[in-house]
Design a protein around this ligand. Structure first.
Ligand code: CMC
Length: 425
């Protein structure tokens, strides 16, 4: 139990209120304010800037130092040495799998990649022009209709089954979102392929012409999924936890996470990077856009630069940059006009005083947008890829919450409306 204490003195209250202070294994201390409600006081923290809503053992971020750890392992080491599925196992289980566990887990995921044929009918109901995220949020929620018999949240085996099912089916559904939009037949998953390779097969193959998926592109895709796997209590993960705290089923909870991710302030930034590169249009226009980004009176921002949490560098962006070079090289796109603009923009911004002073480095979305575009993924699908990568994080947090005693998430408010009044007679 906590040795440290904080004291809160409020005008008009004679004695200070003593509050326990807890130390995490690393990172800031937290003051336990739970007893305040019994004294008629709430704390006020819109945006949860200073509020820890839970304790967690999954992911740790130190934004000032550019550190991202999953279960203690640095993201750079995971990206270099293990696969996305190993990382899923790590997030869910707490440890990296040994060879038997790895084989079992990969088999289980493989076994669950297909979706019920009825799901095809759901897709057929959407207009061809539907945004892929609009379809994804709907069909993931709809999955709960197919698994009534395994939705007991109190049962760890049911939770594990749901976790494997959702992780396995996300790439299948993501590819279906694409295929529906372009009017091509859905491709069935291939159980002899790896996770990312299978995704690219379902995306770019047709029954007449199965694609040959390059090893470099599969690896890049796997790394993109891995780098998005978790990011502690971000908006979508907190949404999943909040929905889960009501006892909602896992498919509904993940659908709520997908809805939260869809917003441009969260998952939509890599799409915006590509839109901006297209708008710049030519290397000769870059200077003008840099000037606009620096102009105090212009709300314009360079998309893909800066981060709320990482104020030195984003460790995911460092890994992604290396992959970006490999992919452009593999596809012979170094001289493509759009990618030349991206390279020049990156160089100018990294050398410009304005960006250096404010620590505005290219973020993960800058490079992931470029890689996904180079692979041939349409920009409308970028957030769907993010959701596919983030699914193990969402489900690991949901499972962690349900594994120990928890309370329904129910924030309070500072009420500023009318006090009680009567309707005039
Ligand atoms: N272009 C130009 N100036 C910028 C940019 C930018 N992209 N980002 C921040 N600034 C300036 C800003 O004008 C301010 O300048 P000053 O101090 O002179 O007023 C200073 O840098 C600090 O900005 P801030 O708004 O206080 O920083 P923030 O931490 O609140 O914002 C951010 C972080 C990511 C919202 C912002 O950098 C941004 O809008 N970037 C572009 C959008 C983007 O790439 N978003 C993806 C982020 S990664 C998502 C993820 O990890 O899920």
């Amino acid at each position: 139990m906590s040795e440290k204490k904080a004291q809160l003195t409020i005008d008009g209250v004679a004695d200070p209120i003593e509050l326990p202070v807890y130390e995490g294994s690393t990172g800031p201390d937290v003051v336990d304010v739970r007893s305040l409600v019994s004294k008629g006081i709430f704390t006020y923290d819109p945006g949860f800037m200073s509020t820890a809503a839970c304790d967690s053992e999954i992911t740790y971020i130190d934004g000032d130092k550019g550190i991202l750890l999953h279960r203690g392992y640095p993201i750079e080491q995971l990206a270099e040495r293990v696969s996305f599925l190993d990382t899923c196992y790590l997030l869910l289980d707490g440890e990296l799998p040994n060879s038997t566990e790895k084989a079992e887990f990969e088999n289980s995921i493989r076994y669950h990649t297909m979706v019920d044929e009825q799901i095809h009918q759901f897709f057929r109901g959407f207009p061809r022009t539907a945004h892929p995220m609009a379809m994804l949020v709907g069909v993931v929620g709809a999955l709960s209709a197919f698994y009534h018999d395994t939705l007991d949240n109190e049962n760890p085996e049911h939770r594990k089954l749901a976790a494997h099912r959702i992780i396995a089916k996300m790439p299948t559904l993501a590819a279906m979102c694409y295929k529906h939009g372009v009017g091509q037949p859905f491709m069935y998953p291939q159980n002899d392929m790896g996770f990312a390779e299978n995704f690219l097969h379902m995306m770019f193959g047709t029954p007449c012409d199965p694609p040959k998926v390059s090893k470099i592109l599969s690896r890049a895709m796997d790394t993109i999924f891995l780098l998005h796997a978790d990011h502690e209590q971000n908006a979508s993960t907190s949404t999943v936890r909040l929905a889960g705290s009501t006892g909602a089923n896992p498919y509904a909870c993940i659908a709520s996470g997908i809805a939260a991710l869809w917003g441009p302030a969260h998952g939509g930034a890599n799409e915006a990077v590509l839109a901006q590169l297209a708008e710049i249009g030519d290397e000769s226009n870059i200077e003008e856009y840099i000037l606009r980004a620096k102009d105090k009176d212009d709300p314009f921002r360079l998309m893909g630069f800066g981060h709320r949490v990482y104020k030195n560098f984003d460790p995911r962006a460092t890994v992604m940059r290396g992959i970006c070079d490999e992919v452009l090289d593999e596809l012979g796109l170094e001289n493509d006009p759009l990618f030349r603009i991206a390279r020049k923009l990156e160089k100018i911004a990294l050398e410009d005083e304005y960006f250096i002073e404010r620590k505005l480095y290219p973020n993960v979305d800058f490079y992931s947008g470029i890689i996904l575009k180079a692979i041939g993924i349409p920009t409308g699908l970028f957030t769907v890829i993010f959701a596919t990568g983030r699914t193990p994080g969402w489900i690991a947090h949901w499972d962690e919450m349900l594994s120990s005693p928890y309370k329904i998430g129910r924030p309070r408010q500072l009420y500023k409306g009318h006090a009680k009044r009567d309707i005039p007679s």
